[in-house]
Design a protein. Structure first.
Length: 334
């Protein structure tokens, strides 16, 4: 049987794009990790002029290998952020992005790349996010966009936008997760020495203070580790607070300050991630997946998959199963 064609990703390049974002996109989709079980990707650097080097800050330059016509073939188009967030994109780039979206191709902008999509008119009437320090500027310059102030990344009409810097990594890994499954994203994340999935919002970096003492931080870290090792057990905020030596109210306040999300939402995120791993790696029956991930019942797990992932556990397994004989009945590896 012929091997599946590599997933085609286009990095849109023009003068003023951020070198960091280019590096993130290249690290996620431009590094061959097929020997570690990761999928094959075909990353192309696309520019209006496919032969002229694109200058970037710091004396760096990017050499495109395709013209904008290659966007017709891409499965995913990624737009890096900008060093100057008001940098005008070339008219051919904006027109190509409009045509690409009209064809139904997924578009993703990292950090200030949202301004490029806004210039193309693709965010008008839609929800979008950018770095927290640029939220007001995006609102002022493009008042027809519904700017979400604190998400790490969001999607609207197959257009993804992300908050600043590290959130671009989060979005790239999330897009891998959507196209190839949680295990593929985890493989790439391990290689990058980063978390495959971060909970919370960028509000944790701009609104919440850090825990008051190192003791509080250590206690919260120990509680999270305990929860990850005991996901299959009933866990309540009161139980976790008692383990941290805090009242439930104080624990919830410190937990949210440290993670940007509530204890219950964090716990649900971990259980969904655990269920995704089991569905991909094992052939366990659904009730056992639900039990090991801590949902209690298949019905509860199905409800959470529907609300958070817009799919069912069975559909997720059908799309992303990677069952191996050696791991067909083993518990979650942590």
């Amino acid at each position: 049987m012929a091997a599946a064609a590599p997933y085609r990703v286009a990095l849109v390049a023009f003068p003023g794009i951020r070198a960091f974002d280019v590096s993130v996109i290249t690290e996620v989709w431009g590094t061959d990790r097929t020997d570690r079980g990761a999928p094959a990707f075909d990353l192309r650097r696309v520019a209006a002029d496919g032969t002229t080097a694109v200058p970037m800050r710091g004396g760096l330059s990017l050499h495109p290998d395709r013209t904008l016509g290659w966007l017709d073939r891409a499965d995913l188009v990624v737009i890096p952020g900008l060093d100057d967030h008001l940098t005008p994109a070339p008219a051919p780039v904006l027109e190509a992005l409009r045509r690409t979206h009209a064809r139904g191709t997924t578009l993703a902008a990292l950090c200030g790349g949202a301004f490029t999509l806004a210039q193309a008119g693709l965010l008008d009437g839609r929800r979008a996010i950018t770095h927290w320090n640029l939220v007001d500027l995006l609102r002022t310059r493009h008042p027809h966009i519904t700017v979400v102030p604190d998400a790490l990344f969001i999607e609207d009409d197959n257009i993804w936008t992300a908050a600043g810097t590290a959130a671009g990594i989060d979005l790239c890994l999330h897009l891998v997760r959507l196209s190839h499954g949680a295990e593929a994203a985890a493989t790439i994340a391990r290689s990058m020495v980063t978390a495959p999935f971060r909970t919370g919002t960028q509000a944790q970096f701009i609104e919440h203070p850090t825990p008051r003492t190192d003791r509080d931080a250590d206690a919260l870290a120990a509680v999270r580790e305990h929860a990850l090792c005991h996901l299959h057990e009933p866990l309540t905020v009161a139980d976790l607070a008692a383990r941290a030596g805090m009242s439930p109210r104080s624990f919830a306040r410190h937990f949210t300050a440290a993670t940007g999300t509530t204890p219950l939402r964090w716990l649900l995120d971990q259980r969904i991630a655990a269920a995704q791993k089991l569905l991909e790696r094992t052939d366990l029956p659904m009730p056992e997946v639900a039990r090991q991930a801590g949902f209690g019942s298949e019905v509860t797990m199905r409800q959470h998959f529907a609300s958070r992932l817009a799919t069912s556990p069975r559909a997720y397994r059908a799309a992303f199963t990677t069952v191996s004989e050696a791991g067909s009945s083993s518990p979650i590896a942590r």
